[in-house]
Design a protein around this ligand. Sequence first.
Ligand code: ZN
Length: 325
Amino acid sequence: MRGYRLKSSDRIVVQPWRRWGLGVAAAALAGMCGLASLPSASAANTKAAAPLKVYISVDMEGIAGVVTGDQLIPGGFEYERFRRFMTDEAVAAVRGAQAAGATEVVVSDSHGNGESLLIELFPKDVRIVRSWPRHGEMMAGLDSSFAAALFVGYHASTTNPKGVRAHTISSAHFTRVGLNGTAITEAELNAAYAGALGVPVVFASGDDAAITEITARLGNMESVVTKKTLGFHSAETLTPAAAVEKIYQGALSAVAHRDQRKPYVVSTPVTLDISFKSYTAAEIVSYLRSVERTDAHSIRFVGRDMAEVMDFIVFLDYYSPEMAP
Ligand SMILES: [Zn+2]
């Protein structure tokens, strides 16, 4: 999700991309990625189909071409172009899902400030979850009425020695996130959250390290490798246009064959282990009687269910006494 973290004191500053005026950038980039050539769901298909709700969680580190903070962070010299590429990959997944019969699609803007996707470029019947904090975090808005979840632009975990910008939740603060005794990826955490609601994850895209890790933990599924990892800050990548085509086809096939995937369910109560980079974070969080300090840098929290565990993660990631308003 977040390969960086603003200091809480930075949050009230007007971010430069707002000052630049997004409309100008979006207009300048319009037509770059060839999405118009993709088929969209026909009106006849949409009207005839039974209700089919699909949830798409979109991160940015796994988008084709992303290799450094230059693409990931507002103010980076390529950020405005790459938020367009991220949007194009998300729209390709939406259109693939719709072509497979999805009648309702919710897209979660799950990277950085949660405000990267260019919402004006989505089909008008899509809804988009934006900004933080929020219950469910990268899966906010998901409920048991959805038939399938898709992950676009995902990355490897913080305990994986491979993977472009590999991290779990917060690269700035967490060195390990574990669920029921096993180190996890964001994809596994989010799949477990979806699984508790009975929703299977049917598709993932990201770099090769991410896809290897995700399928090892969640089982084989439709996936798209957008780039080959050469290092934390290097990859051999598909072009944006090639990634969009593959994601459209992958999402279409994944939603069409969603019945082949089962929800990923973890046993309850759920044990969450978090290791912090800093010593004092572990110390002060362990003042809570519901938290056990397991070593100098690590704490353990046991939640009744995935919803409680996700809320606790959001709390750890966001709380600061300087929060305002
Ligand atoms: Zn991210």
